[in-house]
Design a protein. Sequence first.
Lengths: 268, 411
Amino acid sequence: MSGPRAPLRVAVVYPDLLGTYGDGGNGLVLARRAEWRGLPAELLQAGSDRPLPDADIYCLGGGEDGPQVRAARALLDDGTLPARVARGAVVLAVCAGFQVVGRSFPGAGGDPHEGVGLLDIETVKGTGRRAVGEVLAEPTGVDGLPVLTGFENHGGRTSLVPGTTTVALGTVTAGVGNGGGDGSEGAVRGHVLGTYLHGPVLARNPALADRLLAWALGDVVLSSLDDAAAEELRAERLAAVGGHRRRRALRRARRRGAPPGTGAPAAH
Amino acid sequence: MRAQVAQAATRAVNATSRRLGRGQGTVAGGRVGLRIDPGLLEHLSAGRQVVLVTGTNGKTTTSHLVTVGLGASGDAVVSNGTGSNMPPGQVAALAGSKAHRAVLETDEVYLPRVLTATAAEAVVLLNLSRDQLDRTNEVRMVAGRWRAALAAAPWVQVVANADDPLVVWGAGAARSVHWVGVGLRWQLDAVGCPACEGRIEFSGGTWACTACDFAKPAPEAWLERTPGGAARLVRAEGRKLEFQLVLPGAFNEANAVMAAVAAEACGVDAADALQAMEAVEEVAGRFTVRRFGPVRARLMLAKNPAGWDELLDLVAESDAPVVVSINARVADGADPSWLWDVPYERLTGRTVVATGDRVRDLSVRLQYAGVAHRTEPDPVHAVALAAAGTDRVVDVIGNYTAFHDLLGAPA
């Protein structure tokens, strides 16, 4: 049976509350990558003053502490997101949005707030400095993806709840990631994927964008696109992080008094 | 005594660093002076009438406009005019002048400290929006600190943008506030009410929280447009002052109105102040038309989504070639994710060349915006590439260090 396919609906959730860190770009990336393949797509900006619209993919982004609490309350009051996920909707949740779709997260004062519970994660306020900088993560929670690159900026520390179906998205090779002590970054349960990576993450990792599209579209085979610009960006960011690590190792070696050029020991 | 030694040291280091061509010497000398006398900013401010100008966008331009406006009185006015807006730059400027009136551009986060040190007579609060989130603070935190600092400074006159809820929150506990209506194009950072858990709704030139009584205060002055399209400052009691700036853009008209109200708070007639501002052609290189070989380019600075939003509107007034340049050095912030909040879609159909250290991030953003463009990592070459085949003045918009790279590039 063939016929015109209903447009793919991509909703950017609460850009008025969770739109602070450029993550609205994830919705744009998904919609364009569908359209570039001839698949009609609709990009919805879903404000927090309205009921959550019907969509195939929901994107949540980063935001400030106060608005984050409001976003969680609005999603809980709305109440429809878990049922939509149970019916097959895909969720990409970044930073504050990632924390919001977990079980609990800290407000501005560190007091715990209830999350939407789509991922079995718990976030508490970190005690040290904010995690700010470039991140690289080897994906473990989704098969067949290349290394993930992004920029993190968060004070929360996130742990996966053991004994659940939620797994880490990846293992951090540079940066902090979840910061819960296990070296993990992000979390995945079914078609709900959370991460700390900005960039936006789907602009820097087009293969991840296509995986979310494949989850949402099911039977459609995705043709390849010209990602030369994104590949150049990825190569640059990977090299930049590698360079930082080499320079850090060299500085440490110098502080220890090792003569330059003798092969600084690897960082540990 | 210590203060005098510190002042002399500040001037000496400034002079030396200028002679050595190491820049304007506005920070190095100030640092030395502050090390000798940590109270130097306080000592140098004593006996002067100090005006502080802060906000996310328009600080440098508005500081210059206030300086020019106060100058209409005939008095000498000193200002840290190069954008060095923290205490070292402020100390350096004050150490080099005996002027009674001083205008100090002040970093948003430093406002409380500088306010205490200078015992400023007036503070201008322009706007607050997202900017360099990896190195500064979230905007609600900044607004809260302004509020506490201004509540503790009952002597100060605040000139505040009544159209920005975060500014109104920041100014709301001050004893004396001149509310000025100059608009707020970028409203996305102000939706969550800073006073409660409600949301701010904007409509018909005003705003209010849906859950509490936090709302736009009645302005005593505002910017409006005459039927003929000219800008004018209107006072609630009826006075109307028409003005026409050489500086382009509606955002600069807003800056001029804020500056005129500040000048008036300091005893200079707003009409005289505005008249002096009308002649300003460029501010610290912004809007300068300069040559790169045979090519002419108008240089503009936008460092965050709100600033880009304004300048993209400005360049939409013509179809000149456009160069966009993005760096992510320390002064820019290390994370250019904010490019995805900038409506680059408005450049569709134009001749566009992307450049700067982060040209690759920019190129991916433009690709998803549907903006055909070329990339050229070297900014001077990018200007030449954009101009090829035309004799048009190229519009160049860069963020902080990208702008200064081009401003300082050899002709």
